[in-house]
Design a protein around this ligand. Structure first.
Ligand code: 6R9
Length: 646
């Protein structure tokens, strides 16, 4: 752990929304009188009926219920667009930067209004109503923003599925929330390569029922099949509708979106977020964590298929009337200077990315960064996984020219917004630490038995209080919501993360303590990869664990037992990697596959993952007690045949 600290630069303490004294004062008030604190914060958005009831939350076993601002009435899209029009009609809302560096566009708030209304009217004319689910499977093009905001405008619940997911994964998500409509594109474009989105939707719909309409945006102009009774071109439909569409009156607790995320067991969960609390929290964290001021150009490099794209490309920034940059491409196309060239081209002031991107770019040295100016940059951010101090220092020194503070923001799909983070005008930085809790957030570190640990310590990270951006339920399965997050430690929310608190009260997230692995900042349930592997006809059993990976943070290590009589060959290894990519998507590709005649199991048949993790980490010396195994000899074979030895 790095012991270096970085003080708040004097000019930051002066100009930032929050300095140290203000952080202390506001944090204390957020804890001592949450109702007054959040009633005040609710005023940052416009309500059709202002809330009078603020927090109504129970974390009690058997009665998990989370409500914020419950008698308030609002429309999220109206807050992100219409309320800005009198002042910002001609201000750029979205800067779109294409995969091809010669393509970019500026979309003003007025244009955003018109396009969102068009999309909303297309949905309305297809009979989409308040509460209906719409699946969005789009690349990073402006229409993704229009589609999400159009749903919000008419009260439909969007479920964005990352465009890298396979037809099977898409079908599963369409089925789970019973979407009536899919919005997609002919093809996506990333790093010069085409992604067959419409063809994927066609394949998914062979396995999903109940979809009446597929709206297809033309992105590349590639050939696609159109089913005339189901599919319509967006550009044709858009000609038939007007640019006016009234915003639905929504209750604060009406659902805004579902976003599927991986957990330690079973299929991905539909994380449900609602309208009022989510928007207040996304807007507030965007303003304070990134110290957003009018006129700033802000860029978050995430994809709208992940929660970071929802809260910090779209909802938070637009609620604040910001200019937000949306990037279709990848960090290394056409070359490794792409991020920095985009920053110079659009004079980006605030840049928010993931440690995996930083580590990958760091590998090609300082030159691709240093040959760009980056003079516009003021603040850097990190999200998605722990950032190792070496990558932090490089980001600070080389990208930020020792001038820009870094906000290392810890949060989750479930939390809706940032919970543990520095505030750039208030918090001394320590490379690798997410530092301090945001307003209203009370972290607690507990041991395996749930005993609360005080002072300098490490253990499992829980949160004892609710905050307005918290997820409300698992879509269609409230029992699973309670089971997953509130049953390990009664009366508190369990994050699934391990955490250390140092002598200064700083928090250091150490990574997942459950069977979730974090590959390039993407959450992957080991159970999902295992079930994809065992679906292959030659596989009898599979166990998947994470292992340290220089760029991805964690890689996927799969132990595979083959059916009797099947030869373990190199070709089969490749076939299994391709199989998993096809079943789930490229982000789930195993980095290592080890053929294992047997897996270490207890006498009751439970796979001992602890042992498999140690072998994958190449630490056979610390396997611990193997005497409870049904057949301890399998371990020797596994150690001997480990892939990718140090
Ligand atoms: C926003 C997002 C959540 C998991 C989370 C944790 C890891 C995210 C982090 C971090 C250390 C940070 N994580 N930010 N770990 N430091 N700054 O990433 O949501 O995709 O749901 O992942 O990511 O393990 O539990 P999500």
């Amino acid at each position: 752990m790095s012991e270096k600290t970085y003080d708040v630069p004097a000019e930051w303490a002066k100009r930032a929304w929050i300095d140290q004294a203000k952080y202390k004062d506001m944090y204390a008030r957020s804890i001592s009188d949450p109702n007054a604190f959040w009633a005040e914060q609710a005023k940052r958005i416009d309500w059709m009926h202002a809330p009078t009831k603020i927090e109504n939350v129970s974390f009690a076993p058997g009665n998990i219920s989370i409500k914020w601002f419950e008698d308030g009435v609002l429309n999220v899209a109206w807050n992100c667009i219409d309320r800005h029009l009198h002042k910002r009609a001609n201000q750029t809302a979205i800067i779109w930067e294409g995969d091809d560096p010669s393509q970019s566009r500026h979309i003003t708030y007025k244009e955003l209004h018109d396009e969102v209304c068009r999309m909303a009217n297309i949905l309305r004319t297809r009979n989409v109503k308040k509460g209906d689910r719409v699946t969005i499977y789009l690349p990073m093009i402006p229409e993704a923003a229009y589609a999400m905001l159009a749903c919000a405008r008419i009260g439909a619940i969007h479920s964005v599925v990352f465009a890298g997911f396979s037809p099977d994964s898409l079908a599963q998500r369409i089925n789970d929330c019973q979407s009536k409509v899919i919005i997609t594109a002919d093809e996506g474009l990333r790093g010069g390569k085409k992604v067959p989105l419409k063809a994927n939707v066609d394949a998914a719909l062979a396995k999903a029922d109940g979809v009446d309409w597929v709206v297809v945006v033309k992105r590349t102009g590639g050939t696609v099949e159109m089913n005339p009774s189901r599919d319509l071109w967006y550009h044709d439909a858009a000609k038939m509708v007007t640019t006016e569409c009234p915003a639905e009156h929504m209750h604060a607790e009406d659902p805004l979106f579902i976003l599927y995320t991986s957990g330690s067991t079973g299929q991905p969960k539909g994380v449900l977020h609602t309208s009022g609390g989510y928007l207040v929290f996304a807007a507030m964290t965007h303003q304070y964590v990134f110290d957003y001021h009018d006129g700033d150009i802000y860029w978050c490099t995430a994809d709208v298929g992940w929660v970071t794209g929802h809260s910090y490309i779209l909802y938070g920034p637009l609620a604040n009337g910001a200019t937000t940059l949306m990037f279709e491409g990848v960090p290394n196309y056409p070359d490794n200077s792409r991020f920095w060239n985009v920053i110079d081209k659009h004079k980006v002031n605030i840049f928010y990315t993931a440690p995996t991107a930083i580590r990958a770019l760091m590998q090609s040295g300082d030159e691709p960064v240093k040959k760009t100016s980056r003079a516009s940059l003021r603040l850097l951010g990190s999200v998605g996984e722990p950032i190792n101090p070496e990558a932090w220092e490089w980001y600070h020194r080389v990208v930020g020219d020792d001038r820009c503070p870094i906000v290392d923001t810890w949060w989750q799909t479930e939390t809706g917004g940032i919970l543990i983070t520095p505030l750039p005008g208030a918090t001394k930085l320590k490379p690798g630490s997410a530092t301090q809790p945001f307003f209203g957030v009370v972290p607690e570190i507990v041991d395996a038995d749930g005993k609360v640990l005080d002072g300098e310590t490490s253990g499992n990270l829980c949160l004892t209080r609710s905050w307005p951006g918290q997820m409300r339920t698992v879509y269609g399965d409230h029992a699973r919501f309670e089971q997953t997050y509130f049953s390990t430690y009664k009366g508190k929310y369990f994050t699934g993360d391990g955490c250390r608190r140092d002598a200064d009260g700083y928090y250091w997230i150490t990574g997942r303590v459950d069977d979730v692995i974090n590959v390039s900042g993407h959450r992957m349930g080991t159970a999902e990869v295992e079930s994809a592997l065992v679906a292959h006809e030659k596989v009898s059993e599979a166990a998947v664990v994470g292992f340290p990976h220089d760029i991805k943070g964690q890689g996927i290590y799969a132990y595979v037992t083959l059916m009797a009589g099947v030869e373990p060959t190199e070709d089969l290894r490749k076939e299994l990697v391709t199989w998993v990519r096809k079943e789930i998507g490229p982000i789930a590709s195993p980095d290592q596959i080890q053929f294992a005649p047997g897996l270490p199991k207890t006498r009751s048949g439970k796979i001992m993952r602890r042992i498999l993790r140690k072998i994958a980490e190449d630490e056979p010396g610390s396997l611990g007690d193997t005497s409870t195994l049904a057949d301890p000899a399998v371990v020797d074979d596994l150690v001997k045949n480990r892939q990718n030895k140090k």
